[in-house]
Design a protein. Structure first.
Ligand code: 5AD
Ligand code: SF4
Length: 503
């Protein structure tokens, strides 16, 4: 149904009722009592066929948590009869699942929303929605109300299960529909999901974050730490294994805190110890916080099997003073000690990390500590960022006198160093044989296949399309900085072929 003049109504809305401004003291007092596990998710009857003959498009920004939320949104759309499209012109609903972690992530979304204004004018029935972390910010919602009045629907990270009801309101009401629960979040089980492919699957093990690093907006946009029940996680992984998935990535903002909010004595190490018994070739996880990485977890990871020898372990800064200002709750020495423990237990472990440069007040000497830590640990790769102030976080009001050029120069020097180390680490793989999960054809050359090692390195090699989805052995012939080139040495069916020959 077309909207007559939606803009007047929108600008009158008071959105302040949806938001409680970030309050560190209050947020830190988060209790565990009021997390509800909701198991009766259903699509309302009147919405079950609403999308018949219609198309949806979900565009995702940010981390894997967001990408997996988009799979849930897609699942809900398909349960309402919608089909997926990549074409904006064909879509009846376009949803932006947004990221708030840095300003440039937000700028991109505003750019896209602006660009789509003409499409909305041409096609007034189009529903344009904003979901994800940006929706949790009052200033974003106000900006949309003021300057992007062609948006029909805004909902937050705690409201995904409400999509059918919100969509109904957006389709049949004239007002902008805003639903952003600033509460700390429940756990909604059994939502439908459309997974990206049949090989690799993401599984949430927990939601939210209670760490409150002073630069980070996630504890405010994603609510408090809350773990899914172990039996729910195990059942989901079992089912994915049964369906033939080859690789599971367990997701949480801080997976090492898994279980701390449950009333049972069961942590991330226990969960991994249970999951490793499931017949699925690979299990990995994202993201770890060094503070909660305990000895039992290392002991379980050292059992290997389907637990891969790759750990993403963000350190953010190599200087203890800066770490203190970031409220990371560990020192440089403690981080290095943890790394040494992990390397001792798993000598061929691949470590990757996240690093922030230009945190307020960071001196050249403090930055040098970050460089020296990178050198000392020898990460295989790193995501590196210039600090971006986020309104409402404690660091946003810290004095920041570092000029922009200095921050950019630090990032460049850090990237140069990391690239050199990445190259060296990859060079060490030359002539080695690695197990590769074949994921698909290379984009540039259909004769070339690509896949990933247990340590998540991308390998390109010549091979037949029929190998897609299989585990094969590949010899690394040409290591490069970010990828590896190789050649197949063993096909997956060799035992069966031998059996046939012998029989
Ligand atoms: N500015 C820059 N980088 C940030 N990160 C989180 N918040 C900020 C910020 N305000 C980085 C951290 C984190 C990764 C996901 O993003 O390195 O680990
Ligand atoms: Fe993911 Fe954090 Fe970005 Fe939200 S703000 S999408 S949780 S990285």
């Amino acid at each position: 149904m077309a909207k007559e003049n939606p803009t007047d109504l929108k600008s009158e809305q008071d959105v302040s009722k949806y938001f409680i401004p970030p309050d560190l003291k209050k947020a830190k007092k988060r209790g565990k009592e009021d997390v509800k596990v909701i198991r009766d998710f259903d699509i309302p009857e009147d919405m079950q066929k609403i999308g018949k003959g219609k198309y949806y498009l979900v565009r995702t920004y940010g981390c894997q948590m967001n990408a997996h939320d988009s799979e849930t949104m897609a699942g809900i759309f398909e349960a309402m009869g919608y089909q997926e499209t990549e074409e904006e012109n064909q879509a009846d609903v376009i949803l932006f699942n947004t990221c708030a972690i840095r300003e440039n992530a937000e700028d991109k979304v505003f750019g896209e929303l602006g660009r789509l204004k003409h499409l909305k004018l041409e096609k007034p029935d189009l529903i344009l929605g904003v979901a994800g972390c940006m929706s949790q910010e009052e200033k974003v919602v106000n900006k949309i109300l003021k300057s992007y009045q062609h948006v029909d629907l805004i909902f937050g990270t705690h409201n995904i299960h409400r999509l059918p009801d919100l969509l109904r309101d957006a389709l049949f009401n004239k007002e902008l529909v805003v639903e952003v629960w600033s509460k700390e979040g429940d756990i909604i089980e059994q939502m439908p999901k459309v997974r990206e492919n049949g090989l690799k699957a993401w599984v949430n093990i927990m939601y939210g974050c209670d760490k409150f690093c002073t630069y980070c907006i996630v504890p405010y946009t994603r609510g408090k730490e809350r773990s899914r029940r172990p039996e729910d996680v195990i059942a989901e992984v079992r089912e994915l294994a049964r369906q033939g998935y080859k690789e599971i990535t367990l997701l949480g903002q801080n997976v090492n805190a898994y279980g701390k909010d449950l009333e049972i004595d069961y942590g991330f190490g226990h969960l991994l110890d249970d999951l490793r018994k499931i017949d699925v070739p690979r299990i990995r996880f994202m993201t770890s916080h060094p503070r909660d990485f305990d000895d039992y977890l290392i002991e379980v990871l050292a059992k290997r099997g389907n637990l891969v020898e790759h750990i993403h372990l963000p350190f953010q800064s190599g200087n203890t003073e800066v770490l203190k200002k970031m409220a990371r709750k560990y020192s440089r020495e403690q981080y290095l000690e943890l790394v040494n423990k992990i390397k001792k237990a798993i000598p061929d472990v691949v470590l990757t990390t996240d690093i922030i440069v230009g945190f307020p007040g960071e001196t050249e000497e403090q930055f040098q500590d970050t460089l020296s830590l990178v050198e000392e640990v020898g990460f295989d790769s790193a995501y590196t960022f210039i600090y971006s102030p986020r309104a409402g976080t404690p660091a946003a009001i810290m004095e920041d006198s570092i000029p922009e050029e200095v921050k950019k120069d630090r990032l460049q020097r850090l990237n140069d160093l990391q690239n050199r180390i990445s190259r060296e680490r990859n060079e060490a793989l030359k002539d080695q044989i690695v197990e590769v999960l074949v994921e698909g054809e290379s984009k540039n050359d259909p004769e070339v296949l690509s896949g990933r090692t247990r340590t998540n390195k991308l390998v390109n090699f010549k091979g037949d399309k029929s190998l897609i989805g299989q585990m094969i052995d590949v010899r690394i012939t040409e290591p490069q900085t970010w990828t590896l080139k190789g050649e197949i040495v063993a096909m997956p069916l060799k035992e069966e072929i031998l059996d046939v020959a012998n029989g």
